[in-house]
Design a protein around this ligand. Structure first.
Ligand code: ZN
Ligand code: ZN
Ligand code: FE
Length: 812
């Protein structure tokens, strides 16, 4: 036992507490080496919320040691805070890594370590993988403290091997030696393994019958079959993918047909960045994200001309029809590297799930789900405890925007501006995530999916339980969307583990969007309201209508609706979401009345006249025609009007195809009206948009919102179509009109309220043209604009807003 020794004038001693992502990332060995370098003695151990050192030596050595921590920290670590205090020196004669101190039961203290996401294979491991003399040559599960699986193999914390799916593999002597050696790259690398002692791969036919077992033949056969146009179900890190050669149109077509996915773009995985250069333009910032250890899918702009490429080397057009971008990623696991090095340079890698269901993570389930799609299965025996879909990002305006934040990022926290009560925020209905808060951290789950599917809902509940456990959070407040029909709202209301009573808070959808953007930009530090332009497809409004084209004045406690798109009926309700032609009929009916039938428009020719009359009557009588101020539905209307997309096969299809057809084309601004509240009194929908039941505080009920009416634009669009103006130009003009109208309204509101800070949120801001044009236009008028870069602008981000709102209301 080290004793306190009498103070030596030359020896200083400090206790240093570091928290953040500092466990399972090689942090203690790093400190060990650093302490040796600076001739210091002492000890380091993991604690419940990070690492703690007692360290001593000459004062200037000690200072240099502290200065070196941040600039030289291990790649995967994230330091949130370093706290130091002077302590009496002890008689250490070396620097030691000592055993983690487990939390004592009943100590009342919460475990607060951060869990690392899964990390793409590092360069050291890659060179070993390629070295025939290395004992892990071509071993598909090579990893070290700087890379490999984390989140997807963890069952519980502390993050130690027995609590991961590596539990069943006993390390061989050589692996154990690395694991125990503080100077080894594999010191305490929990998934450490080798061909002797670790997991292995095998290849089966579509019925599950093993066809290859010898590792080298498995890889070579899989690569060979891919080159032959076969489809293979590959078990990866966070779940299954279905893979085929991206340059083989027949294989891609077959995959589309069998997967029943006619249009939604497929993601690609390329052997390296260079292999992509013939097909897409890659800017420096895009390259950086593509090659980062997060290894997400990055949306990259397709090259216009690829006809110089030899046949068989162009990406099949069926990969992403009607889209100017390709979703590309690099291999994130050693297995993917090996397959791509031996097989085609670029593979389609689409998620292996039954339509609308969570990703398959088990061999049996995958065989059951895709035996009709895949010709072969490449399987392994390292279990995936929790699935993680590939993350999807797009670089817009020099910022990384998440379309889906999942593998490689979750469950890293979003850093909040202040400490909050523990909240569980249940998310929305589509593209759901959940959020748990602890102190200044907000943890968003990986992408979960659309909760109307029963299996996704089961997976959702499991995710909540799992994250509560591994993050050690017992939420006291449950936040949910105001929509009473959402499964997430129903889950929140029924939440009662341990029969305790929980406070629930219903949060308006667009308020949650606004505050999610405020929270990640730390605009919620004060109670000052900001303006928020929130544009999306669907969100339940406080007046019972469907909102989605809104300008709010919002703080983390309350909001006032300042403007919205004019209400339009959605004939057939949900059917109108799936069938954009219904929204086109709705828009034309508002603009032209029953005369719309006589318009010379291609999409109308495909519809029976009786059907159109019937739809018009439905709207007139208000039968099954809920009102909406959604921006998404306006995009739908235009897509159908231009005959680009009259029925969708995936969410946001119409808007994505309109963005693609507009490209970089110059647009003009069509007419629109901004109606002030007095004018609204004459509006046919008077009383519907203006009698909002405001449930939050601070709103002035006498103050009515402006209405942004784009119907005049649609009148001009019909004229333009008659004059043969191209679809691309019309779409570009519509985008620009939308931007213009919202900027004009926002400026008017800014003058009315003297608020000059504005946030942009909602799924429409995944659209590059709208995000960049709106940001620049508002900035040029002197407004301070904030956008998303930590969580998705779409519904994958609203759980963050819900959590912050619920915590703020609790505080007040
Ligand atoms: Zn590594
Ligand atoms: Zn081994
Ligand atoms: Fe939304």
């Amino acid at each position: 036992m080290d004793r306190s020794i009498p103070a030596d004038l030359n020896v200083s001693a400090k206790q240093i507490h570091i928290n953040g992502v500092v466990q399972g990332v090689g942090f203690r060995p790093f400190l060990f080496v650093l302490a040796k370098k600076h001739h210091l003695t002492g000890e380091v151990s993991n604690t419940e919320d990070g690492v703690c050192l007692c360290i001593q030596g000459q004062a200037d050595h000690l200072n240099h040691f502290i200065e070196d921590i941040i600039p030289h920290k291990p790649l995967l670590s994230q330091i949130v805070e370093i706290k130091t205090k002077n302590i009496p020196a002890r008689d250490f004669n070396s620097f030691k890594i000592i055993k983690s101190r487990p939390l004592e039961n009943g100590s009342g203290k919460k475990r607060a370590t951060l869990i690392s996401p899964d990390v793409a294979v590092c360069t050291d491991c890659r060179s070993e993988l390629a070295n025939p003399l290395d004992r892990r040559f071509e071993y598909p599960f090579i990893n070290c403290t700087n890379c490999g699986p984390r989140y997807t193999i963890i069952k519980d914390i502390p993050y130690d091997r027995p609590k991961t799916s590596m539990k069943t593999f006993k390390m061989c002597t050589a692996c154990q030696k690395e694991y125990d050696d503080p100077l080894d790259r594999r010191f305490h690398a929990q998934p450490n393994a080798c061909p002797e002692c670790g997991p292995h791969i095998w290849l089966t036919d579509h019925t599950g019958l093993t066809v290859e077992e010898e590792p080298k033949s498995v890889l070579e056969s899989a690569a060979h079959y891919l080159g032959q146009g076969k489809i293979i179900g590959i078990k990866g890190l966070g779940g299954f993918h279905l893979a085929c050669d991206a340059a083989d149109p027949d294989a891609v077509k077959r995959l589309r047909r069998q997967k029943n996915r006619p249009h939604k773009p497929f993601a690609l995985m390329a052997v390296n960045t260079k292999a992509l250069l013939n097909h897409v333009n890659i800017k420096e910032d895009e390259k950086e994200v593509l090659e980062s250890y997060h290894s997400p899918i990055v949306l990259l702009e397709k090259k216009q001309k690829t006809d110089h490429l030899p046949p068989g080397q162009t990406i099949a057009p069926q990969v992403a029809p009607l889209n100017n971008y390709l979703g590309c990623m690099l291999p994130s696991t050693p297995l993917h590297h090996l397959i791509l090095e031996k097989g085609p340079d670029i593979l389609v890698m689409t998620s292996g799930n039954r339509s609308g269901e969570p990703l398959s993570i088990e061999n049996e389930d995958a065989l059951d789900a895709f035996s009709h799609i895949a010709d072969f299965f490449l399987l392994h025996n390292r279990d995936i405890f929790f699935g993680a879909d590939d993350s999807v990002v797009r670089i817009m305006d020099q910022k990384t925007s998440f379309i889906r934040r999942s593998r490689g990022y979750a469950p890293l926290p979003v850093y909040l501006s202040k400490k909050t009560a523990p909240v569980l925020a249940c998310g929305g209905g589509l593209k759901s995530t959940i959020c748990l808060t602890r102190g200044k951290h907000a943890f968003l789950s990986p992408h979960i999916g659309d909760l109307d599917n029963a299996k996704v809902f089961e997976y959702y509940k499991k995710n909540i339980d799992h994250l509560k456990r591994i993050l050690d959070i017992d939420p006291q407040i449950i936040a949910h969307d105001m929509h009473p029909g959402y499964m997430s709202s129903q889950y929140a209301k029924a939440y009662h583990p341990d029969q305790k009573k929980y406070k629930t808070v219903a949060v308006q959808h667009h308020h949650a969007h606004a505050v999610s953007c405020m929270a990640e930009n730390h605009l919620d530090k004060t109670d000052e309201p900001v303006l928020a332009i929130t544009l999306d497809g669907t969100g339940y409004g406080t007046d019972g209508h469907i909102w989605g084209g809104e300008i709010l004045a919002a703080s983390s406690r309350s909001f006032t609706r300042k403007a919205h798109l004019s209400y339009l009926p959605m004939p057939g309700g949900d059917a109108a979401v799936l069938q954009p032609w219904r929204m086109a009929v709705s828009v034309l009916f508002q603009a032209f009345g029953e005369d719309l039938i006589d318009l010379d428009l291609p999409f109308l020719e495909q519809l029976e006249k009786e059907k159109i009359s019937f739809i018009c009557q439905m709207m007139e009588k208000g039968l099954n025609s809920p009102l909406t101020s959604s921006t998404g539905r306006l995009f739908d209307a235009l897509a159908a009007l231009l005959d680009i997309c009259t029925i969708i096969s995936y969410e946001s299809q119409a808007a994505m195809e309109l963005e693609a057809v507009a490209g970089d084309m110059q647009g003009q601004v069509y007419d629109y009206h901004i109606l002030n509240p007095e004018q609204i009194q004459d509006n046919p929908y008077e009383g519907l948009g203006t009698t909002a039941v405001r449930e939050t505080k601070n709103s002035n009920d006498k103050e009515l919102p402006y209405e942004i009416d784009l119907l005049p634009a649609f009148g001009q669009i019909v004229q333009d179509m008659g004059m043969g103006v191209s679809k691309g130009r019309i779409s570009a003009s519509f985008h620009d009109t939308l931007v213009h109208a919202f900027c004009a309204a926002a400026l008017q509101i800014s003058r009315d309220t003297r608020i000059t800070t504005i946030v942009l949120s909602g799924g429409v801001f995944h659209n590059k043209r709208i995000l960049t044009h709106m940001t620049h236009s508002l900035e040029s008028k002197g407004l301070k604009v904030y956008t998303h870069s930590s969580v998705p602008a779409g519904d994958g981000g609203i759980s963050l807003g819900q959590a912050v709102i619920a915590a703020a209301l609790e505080e007040s």
